[in-house]
Design a protein around this ligand. Structure first.
Ligand code: BES
Ligand code: MN
Ligand code: ZN
Length: 507
């Protein structure tokens, strides 16, 4: 779907559907704002009526469809409440723009228009970016495996964002940014929603390669022989029970700017294409959701696509660490002792704690190959994180306060909220084994912190942040801009973090 920015001239608009964002109406005054006079005119006074009668109050999420019955060339007007201006958030606009697109789709409207609402708190550029994101996100559908397109399913081709004359330039740049980011997020969703029979480790590596070719990134894929050569014993062990053998894909974005040595950030994603638990088999109920256990890797692929187009001033290395965790005669077992690429030995106590094993090798690899300024990993790592934060926030674990601040603030801006959780020496000590350097499970208590503490042993002293997206990577509660299934969480968040990468560094 395309997003166009046009100068508003509601009177002369010809549109099958004009969506209008309306802030909360003062319940005492019930007055029509000046900027909406033009809309009221094409509606022959109906807007004033529904506002004065109190039938439409402008509450966030409220919608009302009206039909102009005069000379207007606009067929339908969709009112979208966005709530009080003083509290307006980008997420409200994403949702509203998402509603506009999903309503347009259900009415077979290919080219809807949306009248932008901006405030002091959320000026034109921010509002345009949010609307563009919401619209493009709403254009993604997760039911692509149905053989018959359901009725009310016509695709929206383009959304016209209508803005004030002086703002077109700013709005255009912001809308294009928003579209790039949302397309990256949609790619992440698509990969995560793919069924595990199609999306094997080799397949996700291929998708990374295909994306790299499309946007001009370098991409290297390591197969089992290469992973053996590099002694990635932990990652290989996780994948050895599946006929779909492991892969690691490395995507490399280099900024073109004049800077000799730009900072380097590595982003590593957990890519378990299906997590059965292995020999420590999971219970059957809900196991199908474990096809999403590669969401961290999917986010890396979507993010790198956006990065290639946004061109931030940092070098970004994206890593997809992919394996399938299945039990068979060759599978790794509880009791096994693995030697990781770093040389640290790991006693396996539960084969279902596999994510930290593949990440151990991927984190060590990027840390030693690139000597990065920072490493950020994304992983659907622990059920404990779902218990702690639900789907309301991604768990954030880090060894640098500045990194925590930057990621938290990006979370507030992008609506992909994160919440800091502790990783202490006590957690690290808890992960020591009696017979090897480390054990791979720490028990129920503080399960997401002990998992993070395990990971921390593989990044040395490099600035590092771990995002546990187990609760945020997929949803069964659909919204206008978020269908059932994968969310692509982390693309908006990290696009923002990388774009504003602190010049002074984060150490
Ligand atoms: N992929 C799961 C974590 C998960 C659980 C993600 C629920 C999303 C929703 C991970 O590999 C896992 O199985 N973790 C175990 C670790 C335990 C054995 C120490 C868990 O959280 O139970
Ligand atoms: Mn597991
Ligand atoms: Zn897993």
């Amino acid at each position: 779907m395309k997003v166009r920015v046009e100068t508003r001239d509601v009177g002369r608009l010809r549109s099958e559907l004009l969506a209008v964002m309306i802030p909360k109406i003062d319940s005492e005054k019930r007055r029509l704002a000046n900027r909406l006079q033009g809309v009221d005119r094409i509606l022959g006074g109906q807007l004033r009526q529904v506002i004065e009668s109190g039938d439409f109050r402008g509450n966030a999420g409220e919608t009302l469809l009206l039909f102009p019955n005069g000379e207007s060339e606009t067929r339908r007007v969709l009112l979208l409440g966005v709530g009080a201006d003083a509290e307006l958030e980008a997420e409200t606009l994403r949702r509203a723009a998402g509603s506009a697109v999903s309503q347009a789709r259900s009415k077979g409207v290919a080219n809807p228009s949306l009248l932008l609402h901006a405030t002091r708190r959320l000026p034109t550029a921010d509002a345009a970016q949010a609307c563009s994101e919401g619209a493009v996100l709403a254009s993604y559908r997760s039911d692509g495996w149905k053989t018959k397109r359901e009725q009310n399913g016509d695709e929206v081709e383009a959304l016209s964002l209508l803005v004030d004359g002086g703002d077109t330039r700013k709005a255009r740049a912001a809308a294009s940014r928003g579209a790039i980011i949302a397309e990256g997020q949609n790619l992440a969703r698509q990969l995560s929603n793919e069924p595990p029979n199609d999306l094997t480790p080799a397949a996700i590596a291929r998708e990374a390669q295909r994306m790299a070719k499309e946007v001009g990134l370098r991409c290297k894929v390591m197969n089992v022989a290469e992973l053996k050569r590099r002694k990635m014993g932990a990652l290989l062990a996780v994948g050895q029970g599946s006929a779909n053998t492991p892969r690691v894909a490395v995507l490399d974005y280099q900024p073109k700017s004049g800077r000799r040595n730009p900072p380097t950030v590595c982003v590593v994603g957990k890519g378990i294409t299906f997590d059965s638990g292995g020999i420590s088999l999971k219970p059957g109920g809900g196991m199908q959701d474990m096809k999403h256990d590669m969401s961290g890797a999917a986010t890396v692929v979507g993010l790198m696509r956006a990065v290639a187009q946004l061109r931030p001033a940092v070098r970004v290395i994206g890593v997809v660490a992919a394996a399938e965790n299945l039990p068979d005669g060759n599978a790794y077992r509880p009791g096994d002792i693995l030697t990781s690429m770093s040389g640290l030995t790991i006693e396996i106590q539960n084969t279902d704690a596999e994510g930290r094993l593949i990440l151990a090798d991927a984190l060590h690899m990027v840390n030693s190959d690139y000597e990065p300024d920072a490493i950020i990993d994304l992983a659907t790592l622990t059920g404990a994180c779902v218990v702690a934060l639900g789907s309301w926030a991604t768990g954030l674990f880090s060894n640098r306060d500045a990194l925590v601040r930057s990621i938290r603030s990006a979370g507030e801006h992008t609506g992909e909220r994160v919440w800091p959780m502790p990783v202490w020496d006590a957690h690290r000590d808890h992960m020591r084994s009696q017979i090897a350097d480390l054990k791979n499970v720490g028990g129920r208590d503080a399960g997401s912190s002990t998992a993070a503490a395990f990971l921390s042993r593989f990044v040395g002293d490099t600035a590092w942040a771990h995002l546990d997206i187990a609760g945020t990577a997929w949803t069964s509660k659909a919204q206008p801009h978020q269908p059932y299934g994968a969310t692509g969480v982390g693309v908006r968040l990290l696009a923002e973090v990388l774009d504003g990468w602190p010049r002074g560094g984060i150490s």
